[in-house]
Each structure stands twice: as structure tokens, then as C-alpha cells.
Design a binder for this molecule. Structure first.
Ligand code: ADP
Ligand code: MG
Ligand code: ZN
Length: 482
């Protein structure tokens, strides 16, 4: 928007960690179980129950901190954050306030293949609350406490983002990193990632930020984008009319594309934070940090840039491959076998292979496809042994069966015919059977040649080499007309 205003955005992203058990008790950490079956006195806050911090949660959060270049506090602690809401049976959430596990990092993400940077203020660990389900039929609200005590990290960013596109891209990159680290399922539709979006606008060139509004609990990338676009426009309108922006917390309604005020600045909660008395401060030894640091893989954005540069892949393709580890690993193994064809290999993986996986709802690892087979397939097409179309049939075969590419070509009878004698016979019989098209060609309708070529390919069951057949056909037609 070039109306003299600039949008400023900061995100608070909550991600559920995929640890085996919950953050303070031994209950299973799982999504989709029957309501209130994964609960105990600790996660439902019965008096006298004592929490114990799950070491795996700390480990996972530290990994995220390291991936985002944060400083890791070797000593930190949990705090109680008090508020009343029916999804929180204890009436306080155990979170971190004064001393988060990780501070001051940076996210590198890409917009249109170009690197951008986003400051990370902090990452802290906390417990999730239960889930309220409104039952319209009986006009009652039901509570499922299974989610109580599910471990979360909250990633707070600096207000460095300047557009909805940037915010969405940054959030997508965070999701890819969570997946690459294997610390979260990052399933938006299950609510395992949610964001609070802080938006303000200011006149371009003004150093001070405008007053921000916070949109709570948005749970899809698309909704993050839409909410920001809407909120930035709403604030601009107010300012354009000479109004003032009040600092508000709002709820975004993604169906109606509107937001409503939840509370104003005056109604801000006082959470009465204090250190959690039932949990002692905890240490993350330097040597644990070193060990975890060694486990951080190449991050998706870095990998994407490398694919763009090393293999000349278009930014979108590079991102799609790099963002999914099984695809990235497969691609690199295939490229190592055949250095000349990265673009082709990427196209197969993102095109026909992905399509087949979607159709069968399968993962790459569940199939019989190997980098070696895919390379052999590409080579068979390059060498003219089979046509590109036949290649798709071969792929369908080798992806589900334990057969080699050569065997599949034989079995399916797809070997391309390039032998001049066989093709000549074919061309001559097609010409005999299509006198009308030949007459058209004679009369100067050159498109008749394409029609005849199509007939030849069809008559061969798709096996006739199109280039060789086309040139033979041309010769025969020229001969006829002399
Ligand atoms: P709180 O804890 O009350 O939500 P914080 O100061 O921790 O407040 O800020 C929360 C988020 O708001 C951060 O992501 C930060 O980047 C963002 N933010 C702060 N000021 C602004 C602003 N003026 N415009 C947009 N975002 C902002
Ligand atoms: Mg906030
Ligand atoms: Zn429990």
C-alpha cells in the first residue's frame, strides 16, 4: 500500500511440542483421544498434586532456540500466570515470564527466493490449556482437558515484519523448522500451531511505532495473512479520518473477515506472575547445549538458497523440496547419482511423484521408489528408450512394486520404437488408411501432418519415437507429392 503509511507486525507463535508425555506429568501427549481420557491430578490441577518438569520439553525448546540463533539461559525457571477461564482448571498457567529459556535470536526466511531476517525476542516453554467445545444443539459448553499440560513453546518476534506476505512467509518458515527439528507435528488444522498477530501502522519515515492491536489465536497461514491485511486497512482508515488507534486485543473471525474487541488496554489482565513454588529453577548445562547444537540440521531456508544456487532451481521448487526432509534427502541422493539433471529430477519429484503420493495418501518413504530408480527412469527418457508419457506409466509401476525400471519397461511393453524399418511400415500404413488427411496436406493444410503423426503414435500404442516418426512421415509425404 503506497498511501504514506507503513504496516508493522510482530508475532507470538505457540507451537505444541511432540514429546511423548506432557510437560509436568506422565500423561500421554496425543491428539484425538476420547475427551478427558489423558488426564491426571497434575495436569488438571487437583490440590496437592506436584508437577515435575519433563526434560524432553526443555531439550526440544533449546533445539528451537539454537536453530534460531538464540542465547540459551543456562539457568531459568517457571512462573505462574494467573487468570480465570474454564479451560484452565488450576486458574493459573505454568509459563515463563522473567527468565525465558531462549532469548535474542534471528530467523532467516525467504520471500520470492530472497532472504529476509526477523528478530526473535524470546522463546519460552509453558503448558497448554484445555479445549472448550460449544455444543449448539444443547447450547452448552463442553470441556476436554486432554490438552491441559501439553507442552508449548511460545516464540515471540520483534516487530520487524512489514507486510502480511512477510508475516505469512516467516510463520511458514518457523513451521518448516519445527518439522525439520522433529520437535512438533506443526499441524495447523489440529491447532498445534497458533499465532497472536500484533499489528500497527505509522506514517512512513516516522521512527516511533504506532499503537498496536493484537489479534488472538489465529490458526492458519491464510488466516494470518487475511487478518493482517484487514487490520492494517482498518487502522489506516481510522488514521485517515483523523482518528486515534486504541490499544486493543481483538478476535479475528476468519469466516466473516471481521474482528471484534475482546478487551481494551484498560481491561488488560494483571497476571500476578510469580516464580512457580512447586518447581525449582532448572539448569541447562553448557555441555547439553553443545550436544544439542551438534544435532541441528541445515535449516530449510538455507537449504532452499543452496538449491537455488547450486542446482539453478526456481525459488518455489527449491522451497518445496527443501521444506520436506524426505524429499530433500531423496533429491540430493538422486542428484549425486546424476549431476546433469537436477531440474528434471525436481520436476519429477514435485510433479508426478507428488501427485501419486497424494492419490495414495502415502509418504515418499512408504513407497518402493529409490533415488536410483528415478535416475534410471530419467535416463531412459533422455536416451529415447521410452517416451515421457510412457515414463509416467513406468513411475506408477516402480513406485509401488519392487521392480527395476528396465523390467517395468519390458513388462509394460513401453520400449520406444526408433527402428527406421518398423516405423516406415507404420507410417506407410497410416498414410494408406488416411487418404483424406493426405489430400489435405497436398492442398497445403500443413496441420494434416500433425494429425497423421498422432495416428502413427496411436497405432504404435504410444511406443513410436515421435522425432524419428515425424521425420520419416515428412519424407514419405514429400515423396508422394513429387
Ligand atoms: P505482550 O506480552 O503484552 O503481548 P510484548 O511487548 O511482549 O507484549 O509484545 C508482543 C508482540 O507485539 C511482539 O511480537 C512484538 O514484536 C509486537 N509489537 C510490539 N509493539 C508493536 C507495534 N507497535 N506494532 C506491532 N507489533 C508490535
Ligand atoms: Mg501478547
Ligand atoms: Zn497428567
Amino acid at each position: 500500500m503506497s498511501d504514506g503509511y507503513e504496516t508493522v507486525i510482530g508475532l507470538e507463535i505457540h507451537a505444541e511440542l511432540s514429546t511423548e508425555s506432557k510437560i509436568f506429568c506422565g500423561c500421554q501427549n496425543a491428539f484425538g483421544a476420547a475427551p478427558n481420557t489423558l488426564c491426571c491430578p497434575v495436569c488438571t490441577g487437583l490440590p496437592g498434586a506436584l508437577p515435575v518438569l519433563n526434560a524432553q520439553v526443555v531439550e526440544y525448546a533449546v533445539k528451537m532456540g539454537l536453530a534460531l540463533g538464540c542465547h540459551i539461559n543456562t539457568l531459568s525457571w517457571m512462573d505462574r500466570k494467573h487468570y480465570f477461564y474454564p479451560d484452565l482448571p488450576k486458574a493459573y498457567q505454568i509459563s515463563q515470564n522473567d527468565r525465558p529459556l531462549c532469548e535474542t535470536g534471528q530467523l532467516q526466511y525467504l520471500v520470492g527466493g530472497q532472504p529476509r531476517h526477523l528478530g526473535i525476542t524470546r522463546i519460552h516453554i509453558e503448558e497448554d490449556a484445555g479445549k472448550l467445545l460449544h455444543d449448539a444443539a444443547t447450547d452448552t459448553t463442553l470441556i476436554d482437558y486432554n490438552r491441559c499440560g501439553v507442552p508449548l513453546i511460545e516464540i515471540v518476534t520483534e516487530p520487524d515484519l512489514r507486510s502480511a506476505d512477510e508475516a505469512k512467509a516467516a510463520m511458514e518458515e518457523i513451521t518448516r523448522i519445527l518439522l525439520a527439528l522433529g520437535i512438533s507435528d506443526a499441524r495447523m488444522q489440529e491447532g498445534s500451531i497458533r499465532a497472536d498477530v500484533n499489528v500497527s501502522v505509522r506514517p512512513k519515515g516516522q521512527a516511533a511505532y504506532g499503537v498496536r492491536n493484537e489479534l488472538k489465536n489465529i490458526n492458519s497461514f491464510g488466516a494470518v495473512h487475511r487478518a493482517i491485511v484487514h487490520e492494517a486497512a482498518r487502522q489506516r482508515q481510522i488514521l485517515a479520518k483523523g482518528g486515534v488507534i486504541g490499544q486493543e486485543t481483538r478476535r479475528w473471525n476468519d469466516l466473516e473477515k471481521t474482528s471484534v474487541v475482546l478487551r481494551t488496554k484498560e481491561e488488560t489482565h494483571d497476571y500476578r506472575f510469580f516464580p512457580e513454588p512447586d518447581l525449582p529453577p532448572f539448569e541447562v548445562p553448557e555441555k547439553t547445549i553443545m550436544a544439542l547444537s551438534a544435532q541441528i540440521p541445515e535449516l530449510p531456508a538455507t537449504k532452499t538458497l543452496r538449491y537455488q544456487q547450486a542446482y539453478a532451481l526456481p525459488p518455489d521448487d527449491a522451497l518445496l523440496l527443501a521444506g520436506r526432509k524426505p524429499f530433500a534427502d531423496f533429491f540430493e541422493a538422486a542428484v549425486a547419482l546424476r549431476k546433469a539433471a537436477p531440474r528434471q529430477l525436481a520436476n519429477w519429484l514435485l510433479g508426478d511423484v507428488s501427485k501419486l503420493l497424494n492419490e495414495h495418501r502415502a509418504e515418499l518413504g512408504d513407497t518402493r521408489l529409490t533415488p536410483d530408480k528415478l535416475v534410471t527412469l530419467v535416463e531412459a527418457i533422455d536416451a529415447g528408450t521410452i517416451s515421457g508419457t510412457a515414463g509416467k506409466q513406468v513411475l506408477e509401476h516402480i513406485i509401488s512394486k519392487d521392480t527395476s525400471v528396465e523390467t517395468a519397461i519390458e513388462m509394460l511393453g513401453l520400449k520406444q520404437v526408433s527402428d527406421a524399418e518398423t516405423l516406415n511400415t507404420l507410417v506407410n500404413s497410416v498414410i494408406r488408411e488416411n487418404p483424406a488427411a493426405v489430400a489435405d496436406w497436398r492442398a497445403g493444410k500443413k496441420q494434416a501432418q500433425g494429425f497423421l503423426l498422432g495416428r502413427c503414435i496411436k497405432a504404435s500404442g504410444g511406443r513410436a519415437n515421435p522425432q524419428v516418426t515425424a521425420s520419416l512421415l515428412r519424407q514419405v509425404l514429400d515423396d508422394i507429392c513429387e
